[in-house]
Design a protein around this ligand. Structure first.
Ligand code: MN
Length: 132
């Protein structure tokens, strides 16, 4: 039985809807600037929510905090990663991440080398891809 996510609404704002299927919320912990070449945030997904296919110019490291993270790299099966699990996504790997259909999911997001850019958004993840 998965634990229901308790989103701290304080400090979270809606993630940009055009890049998500369903609702997600973001809370920035460390903002990249001229001396901090890294961005750290919490990203919370409602059940069934996932982001679009995308790549990152540098590594993106995810640490699952609550729920089960669905994670897929193009051409590979969907992986299901529980709380405490860590995913190191290499530069240029096309992928998506999101919650399970049953419960919300929250993960910590670490984007390194943000001077190279943050994300390149692509097409939405279809229900067929998500449910596979
Ligand atoms: Mn990503």
């Amino acid at each position: 039985m998965e634990k229901k996510l308790e989103i701290e609404t304080e400090g979270f704002k809606p993630a940009p809807a055009e890049y998500f299927t369903g609702k997600a919320f973001v809370r920035t912990l460390v903002e990249a600037d001229s001396v901090t070449n890294c961005n750290i945030s919490y990203l919370a997904f409602e059940e069934g929510c996932r982001n679009n296919w995308h790549t990152h110019p540098s590594n993106q490291i995810l640490m699952v905090k609550e729920g089960t993270c669905y994670y897929q790299e193009e051409g590979k099966p969907v992986q299901k990663i529980g709380a405490g699990g860590v995913i190191n996504i290499l530069p240029g790997i096309k992928h998506w991440h999101g919650a399970s259909p049953e419960a919300p999911m929250e993960h910590l997001v670490i984007n390194i080398n943000t001077d190279k850019g943050l994300v390149n958004w692509m097409e939405a993840v279809t229900n067929e891809q998500y449910n596979n």
